[in-house]
Design a protein around this ligand. Structure first.
Ligand SMILES: Cc1cc2nc3c(=O)[nH]c(=O)nc-3n(C[C@H](O)[C@H](O)[C@H](O)COP(=O)(O)O)c2cc1C
Length: 200
């Protein structure tokens, strides 16, 4: 499985957590990393054909970003507007991304308990990330569970480092597709029906 990580941070040189993730992913096998801010330059201009060819050469597409005003930094939106074009990602004949997998890798400043009903951010990450989920749906990609690390603005170095193994395990897990997970549970149940109560 080949994974393409598109990193949208305004300045990775000043990042605490996304830089760590970017470096760890750059060293991982079968993972291609792209710093969109460096590639797009000051005008956020992308070589559309080159970007699309990269998408087609990978099985799993990852959008990596720090959460900014409940969304992604603008370079990612610019990349999406240019690269996910009519006739490529949607519209007549535009099913080139169909069958690929998609997920987001996100760091937040706010703590985990703020991202719930009744928390000061009120809504869960799954709700804030809906535009990305529907982008995957419309383009025919399988939406995978996001990896989110909370409280990163104030985390100490040990806490930042501690996210790296879990992040790598999640991003490189070949069985993140919910259909694969479900099939595994069903297989285990077929082999040992006594487990039914434990998984239902
Ligand atoms: C412009 C801006 C907007 C931000 N908006 C949010 C936000 O909406 N929610 C949140 O939890 N953190 C927010 N933060 C905090 C960042 O998400 C946090 O500092 C970041 O994930 C750390 O990533 P980095 O170390 O890679 O820069 C914001 C930070 C900045 C600079």
């Amino acid at each position: 499985m080949k994974t393409l990580v598109l990193t949208a941070h305004p300045d990775l040189g000043k990042s605490r957590i996304n830089r760590l993730w970017f470096d760890a992913l750059s060293d991982a096998e079968s993972v291609t990393t792209r710093d969109l801010t460096t590639i797009g330059g000051a005008t956020f201009t992308f070589d559309i054909e080159a970007e699309q060819a990269l998408l087609l050469a990978h099985d799993r597409i990852v959008f990596q970003f720090p959460f900014y005003w409940y969304s992604a930094p603008p370079v990612l939106k610019a990349w999406m507007d240019q690269v996910l074009s009519y006739g490529f990602a949607y519209g007549p004949g535009g099913h080139k991304l169909a069958g690929r997998e998609f997920l987001t890798l996100v760091s937040t400043g706010g703590p985990a308990d703020s991202y719930h009903a009744g928390g000061y951010n009120n809504y869960a990450m799954d709700e804030f990330l809906k535009p990305f989920q529907q982008t995957a749906n419309l383009t025919g990609m399988t939406y995978l569970r996001p990896f989110v690390a909370h409280g990163m603005a104030v985390a100490d170095a040990a806490k930042l480092e501690a996210t790296v193994p879990d992040m790598l395990a999640h991003l490189t897990d070949p069985a993140l597709d919910p259909k694969i997970k479900q099939a595994r549970i069903n297989k285990a149940l077929a082999e040992d029906p006594s487990k039914a109560a434990a998984v239902s």
